[in-house]
Design a protein around this ligand. Structure first.
Ligand code: TRP
Length: 445
């Protein structure tokens, strides 16, 4: 088995695939609504702090586990942690299933908006439009369409599918986003948007909820806590400088979120659309921005098309990594071939996604449970496994292939993982569990 395992063809291919997993709807949809609703610039600053202090150590924890075991989460955790830890692998796999089920529904909306902007059919009243298309049969249809694209890429394999798609799509996304940020700077009233985005308010720092949201956002955005990065690292050559690659991925992910904010905030303030943003978690992307785009005529049509294409591109490179976690479980543990494994996993997820495609409250609940609570729990366990139980092994793994400079950082990073990450994540977990519970009461009550 180990002999035939697939591998990334190049270091750049791995970095772009990992960055592709990280960069997605989280950077644009989740990041901008959290920043606009909870804490503005304070949230942004805390989010970068969490990315550096929690995100990078946890990312490297996943890299070390995956690269040393050369197996997906279930097998890797069994091999490194023992039989009990393999159960965590099942939780990871289940989280992948659940996250992709609703993620794909949102991605389906972006595909629809991209097509509608392109053909000039995006209605001027974006609020009413979104209300009409968010849930229902057409949402199921676009979800299916998006899943089929994702399944196709994962079926093609690590090198011919995942790596090739990332090498093509990631540079495209960077360019579009950069162009949009430059355009947004030219809007009248952009400054008010920048101020809200970049000028912190001291009170917001004192709100523990802003801290929880910033940590949870860092995990989601870096694809941490469910073995997606672990799985990609299992295809990575041991000669690659893993600490450097991980740091690069984290900084790229942060930069894209930051640049997305430089697009979203000026547009919202320039068109006085703050109220549309606050209305729902999807307000900024699917209501406020399209309203602005349609107010701008043909320029808006072009900008809108690019924007939603960028979103769809980010979503697909992320969805690949979620599907890969479930697929590799079928390949590693059930000895299935890649193509039927990807199809079976993908179609199961497609079926699961029908629920959130018909019910946006269900979508929100799934995001809370799988996209936040399970990930926070997952990162806590990863920090314990790599920071305590398998520390010396994982330290050696990370030092292997690292340059002198980066090898010298490894013990420091592991010390952070051992002493700092678990207590902080534990606090986040408590807050997150409380919120999830509240949300479940609201949903079922
Ligand atoms: N990080 C992606 C985003 O920001 C989403 C994602 C892909 C993800 N794989 C994941 C989130 C694994 C959590 C876990 O859109």
């Amino acid at each position: 088995m180990a002999m035939s395992r697939e591998a990334f063809g190049s270091r750049l291919g791995f970095i772009l695939a990992a960055a592709g997993s990280a960069i997605g709807l989280g950077n644009m949809w989740r990041f901008s609504y959290q920043a606009s609703e909870g804490g503005g610039a304070a949230f942004v600053l805390l989010y970068i702090a969490m990315t550096l202090l929690l995100g990078i150590p946890l990312l490297l924890a996943e890299f070390s586990l995956g690269r040393s075991a050369r197996l997906g989460p279930v097998g890797a955790l069994r091999q490194i942690g023992g039989r009990h830890w393999s159960r965590l692998g099942y939780i990871f796999t289940a989280a992948g299933l659940l996250i992709l089920a609703y993620y794909s529904v949102i991605a389906g909306w972006t595909l629809r908006y991209a097509l509608e902007s392109l053909t000039g059919q995006l209605p001027a009243d974006a609020g009413a439009h979104f209300g009409a298309i968010a849930a229902g049969n057409s949402a199921v249809g676009y979800h299916l369409f998006f899943m089929l694209l994702t399944i196709g890429i994962v079926m093609a394999g690590v090198r011919a599918g995942i790596e090739r798609a990332s090498l093509l799509l990631m540079p495209m996304l960077f360019l579009i986003l950069l162009g949009l940020a430059i355009w947004a700077a030219t809007l009248p009233g952009a400054t008010a948007g920048y101020l809200k985005y970049l000028q912190p308010n001291v009170e917001d720092f004192l709100n523990p909820d802003v801290w929880r949201a910033a940590a949870a956002q860092a995990f989601f955005s870096l694809s941490l806590g469910m073995g997606a990065m672990l799985t990609f690292a299992s295809y990575l050559s041991r000669d690659v400088n893993a600490p450097q690659a991980g740091t690069l991925v984290a900084l790229t992910d942060f930069s894209v979120a930051f640049i997305a904010g430089l697009v979203v905030f000026p547009v919202i303030f320039s068109f006085a659309l703050q109220s549309a943003v606050g209305a729902s978690t999807v307000g900024a992307l699917f209501i406020a921005l399209p309203t602005a785009f349609s107010a701008m005529g043909p320029v808006g049509q072009a900008v809108g098309t690019f924007f939603f294409v960028a979103l769809a591109v980010g979503a697909i490179t992320s969805a690949i990594s979620l599907l890969e976690v479930v697929t590799i479980w079928l390949i590693d543990e059930w000895q299935m071939n890649r193509k039927p494994a990807a199809a079976l996993a993908g179609l199961t997820i497609t079926a699961l996604g029908i629920w959130p495609a018909l019910n946006t409250d269900a979508l929100g609940l799934m995001d809370k449970i799988a996209g936040e609570l399970l990930l926070v729990f997952g990162t806590l366990m990863l920090a314990i496994l790599v920071g305590w139980k398998a520390k010396s092994e994982m330290q050696a793994e990370l030092e292997h292939g690292a340059s002198t400079f980066w090898a010298a950082q490894v013990p420091r990073i592991l010390a952070v993982l051992r002493w700092f990450v678990p207590p902080v994540v534990l606090v986040v977990l408590v807050f997150s569990a409380r919120e999830t519970w509240q949300m479940m009461l609201d949903f079922f009550g």
